[in-house]
Design a protein around this ligand. Sequence first.
Ligand code: ASP
Length: 462
Amino acid sequence: MAQGSKLHRWIIIGMILGFIFGLLLNIYQSAINPSVMENILWYTKLLGKDLFIGSLKMIIAPLILASIVNGICSLPSSDQLGDIGIKTLIYYFSTTAIAVTIGLIAVFVISPGTKESSVKIRNNRIEEINEIQKKYDVQQPSSSFINFLSIGSGASADEANSKKWSRLNKGATRSPGEMLRQDILLKILKNPFDSLANTNSLGIIVFAILIGLACLVLGDAASGVSNFFSSLNLVMNTITMWVMKLSPIAIACLITNMMATQGIPALQSLSWYCITVVVGIAFHIIFLLIIVQVFGKMSPFTFLKGMREAWLIAFSTTSSAATLPVTIRNVEENLKVDKKVSNFALPVGATCNMDGTALYEGVAVIFMIQVFGGLADVPIDLTPAKTIIIFITAVLASVGAAAVPSAGLITMAIVAKAVGLPLYYIPILYAVDHLLDQFRTSTNVLGDAAGTVIVDRLRKKK
Ligand code: ASP
């Protein structure tokens, strides 16, 4: 069906049709026979989530392994890996820090937590707190009173989202040292077959770097292994191309299912919060385009045109891991980035470099402090020191977030905990999380791609 450069047009058509059809289903659901509706939801989920996202996920683990080993083996020496690695990591760290800064500027300038709709949320919470005080007859601000406050509305939202809530709580009960041990060290030192079987990206990346380095050191003696991975890489790219042919229909199904079940999210009370995230993201994308032009010597137009398929897939799937096969293809074929750079930098970037997520986490926590700060259980002032803590933890939380839907909402516990914001306030953001995840995931993918363009250019210049 859809071929090469025409594919993005079909994807956009699929998105529009999915949006209209899904919205109509949502609006007229009471007039539709329940079994027909059930069938539509079942088939759209089957084609969109199970078949398409499932196929992309099926490719990720072998693709990361083959891509990194192949990238390293194609380097003339291990020094070159150090050069690419350091440039890439500097790029990832500095752009993530800039993303958080842009988010913080946006949330302080727009101040979504002080708008009328947010004041309503705050007043509702104050009423709730007063009721709790009367009902349980506890004294403000005693510790038992603070304990009772978790019974309020924030925590009650967890019933509908119990999985997210329990992951959020689980993440927050660990010390930073324990988190580093469990989420980094133990993940890296896993049996590689276990890592491949469970798509543990960090474990696969480190093992792939080791294989690649050993092949480089051994030279001809390991040519059998490096040739194998080079062929495997080609094979995975070809499979990606086949899967992409499904994308217009699959994305139409994904969007239909999403719109039919959720409709247009009720933004009302969180509209200023959403606007702040989207404005921050828009400014960050402008920043990425400027550095692509200045350091990567590529016009923003060429960059966006080359990345449009990956951008659309990221927007629809809300997973940068699922988008990775397409990101690699777009960067190599459309932006003509050297495979030596993209093969290494993109899998690492999809796992650890999340500009959109970092920006979002900072905005979200400050928004909640703007709304609830000063209440009995949120005795937090937005001092410069607190802002710096939010800045640092938002960067770390984005590195720790998995490249899957809603991961940013889970690691937000790290940021909230660092400034003492009770976790039961986070579920308030669930209603708009999917929508904002679409924006942050597509930004994460653009950030990774911009990095490869810049690192590739700097390398060639040298
Ligand atoms: N969904 C995002 C990603 O895959 C992570 C997040 O939730 O922010 O990149």
